[in-house]
Ligand binder design. Sequence first.
Ligand code: ADP
Ligand code: MG
Length: 354
Amino acid sequence: MATQALPETPAAPQTAQTTPDVSLAGVRKTYGDVVAVDRVDLDIAPGEFFTLLGPSGSGKTTTLRLIAGFERPDEGRIELHGRDVTRVAPYERDVNTVFQDYALFPHMTVADNVGYGLRVKGVGRRERADRVQEALQLVRLPDVGKRKPIQLSGGQRQRIALARSLVNRPRVLLLDEPLGALDLKLRQEMQVELKRIQQEVGLTFVYVTHDQEEALTMSERLAVFNEGRIEQIGPPAEVYERPATEFVAGFIGVSNVLERNGKRFTVRPEKIRMLDVGEDASSGHTVESGRIRDVVYVGVFTRYTVELDGGGELTVVKQNLEASSQEALESRGQRVRLEWRPEHTFEIDPGGQA
Ligand code: ADP
Ligand code: MG
């Protein structure tokens, strides 16, 4: 950026910094009686890795299709970088979509697949070849241009699908469960790759997944969807540690909900410490006593379900520092006390409105 000698006036707010790349306000979409998306409000910043997380049927794909322009909302407004696109056709929006099923043309070479969008736009052969090669390099497959899609592995095909979108240099890339068809190991590799590419190109990613771990590891912020509505928006750590609703608490991680004095609270399993027999509780900690109902030995740690004397039950995880599997399993039925810091308990909204 060029530095210029400017008069000393207070910095004016710059729209370039504050205008979201994607903005949804009061967006609603129905199919007959089904409310697929229900009054969704969403602002996604330029360059952000933003995830739509939720179970199957919660409205993630519909939201993505609304942003892409494949669907029109019944109500509400959609803006792309400050421009109202609610009634604008998909090809006139500065977005590109990567689907789970790749949708590569089988009879075309990889290079022709990647360059297809450019050809349609009338980009000349020379520039096309350069940009195709650049995109293939970005997904780390510079040498497969002459192959046909069938000569690639599933992971490679997904990279090509990504290259085909990147070549158009959209401002926003929409990805609908792009790794859903890959096995776990490849999926984890591709998670790292996707993140690298997103940072390298500085694109805005709107990423759809039903996999909470994927959402937590990849996103800068995420929105948790339930039945067409957003229950919570925030950075992964905040959504995980401070779930706003019972649905979020249960969908992300283990649901640990306690009811006390007419209010509902949540506390994450790893924040709870199980006291040894005769051990004093730490000062200032919340303490509950109960009985171990169930024990699951998971190798690295053991998961205990404890029925509390005050009502309800909590899941607790404990690292297997000294305990053998035998000892852990034999603790079933024993009386225990649990403690945690009061700041690790959060009141949640049972109704489901964020
Ligand atoms: P997700 O991607 O989270 O699984 P979807 O956005 O695909 O959810 O679907 C949300 C709801 O809208 C579901 O109940 C689904 O059955 C319904 N739906 C989506 N697309 C259509 C359609 N074209 N016609 C009728 N119902 C649809
Ligand atoms: Mg979907």
